[in-house]
Write a protein that binds this ligand. Sequence first.
Ligand SMILES: Nc1ncnc2c1ncn2[C@@H]1O[C@H](COP(=O)(O)OP(=O)(O)OP(=O)(O)O)[C@@H](O)[C@H]1O
Ligand SMILES: [Mg+2]
Length: 257
Amino acid sequence: MLQMSKAPALPATLLEIVNLTKSFEGVKAVDDVSLHLREGIITTLVGPNGAGKTTLFNLITGHLRPTAGDIRWQGDSVVGTAPWKIAQLGVARTFQDLRLFSHMTVFENVLTVMENSAWFWQSEAGSVTERRRRVHEILDATGLVHKAEVRANDLAYAERKFLSLARIMATKAKMWLLDEPASGLDPGSYERFVTLLRNEVRRGITICIIEHNLEIVVSISDRISFLDQGRLLADGEPDEILSNPELSSIYFGERNP
Ligand SMILES: Nc1ncnc2c1ncn2[C@@H]1O[C@H](COP(=O)(O)OP(=O)(O)OP(=O)(O)O)[C@@H](O)[C@H]1O
Ligand SMILES: [Mg+2]
């Protein structure tokens, strides 16, 4: 791995990935990756298609079991822990394919996250009035208030992406894992998107985001981790990673035209 060590004082580690490997029939989708996801910042995972980014998320959330290595949430191993338990510990995620409740309204999609039976439910969901007030606040922040009664199915694609973010905002999770939340957004929505995530970080959320769009990567990242063919090639400050010619040639090279 390239050495990218310059920053003097890094925030504390919330989630630690230790020598993590996941093989699928001999192919290492994640290959001996060690990484610290640090508190109160946005870490961006970048890398060409098939680099292992989504697999890494699936390992963290318990949707996949590692072939080797460890994942520690606030110091304790969570390998073998069920996805719903990891969610309740405070790790929420969005999926590349969104997985909204397509026949429910926008309002219901967010409200259901706060129900006692929901995966993400954590003790302070509050009264019904309080929950509805919170849903309204979230829809306001995501620009979806005027779509509250529209079914998720009937939304434009960019609105569905914001609904996916709205749902994660309704959780009490400390850490959000966002799998390409900005892909398909029109450039006019970028600012709302970046501002939204920045506001959440300001209120104490830690974010790890998979992102391909360079404009967004530049404006959003506090740290960047670069994966290629399952391996962590670099991890450091955005300036260092983005100005590294070796990494750009991998990212923009013939394997990722
Ligand atoms: N369930 C699976 N079974 C077999 N192979 C898999 C499985 N999931 C992922 N892979 C393989 O693991 C590698 C990493 O895939 P992954 O989806 O993690 O990449 P990615 O970095 O998220 O790519 P993209 O940018 O295209 O979303 C790929 O070669 C993929 O084909
Ligand atoms: Mg992916």
